[in-house]
Write a new protein. Sequence first.
Length: 94
Amino acid sequence: MESARKTDLVTRYGSDEFAVLLFDATPDVVDLLSERVRQKLAELTPRRSLPILVDCAIGVAVSQIPPESADELFRAADLDMQRRKGEAPRAVSR
């Protein structure tokens, strides 16, 4: 939440997943927020003396018109995240 703007909505989405809704965000804002999150997570391990490496994968979905359901955006963001990681997309049931 420290990395987001005051107008953004940050929520937990699953056990280790989070979703951020960015209103009127340009690609530069998305990149900036993504980098801030990565940096915060990288600082977490040494600061808390954690015995593990904390990392993240980020997927982005954009919509000019509100979708029928939020699931559409989550599916698109998940596919983008998998593409960025170089994974084959898994089947998504509707």
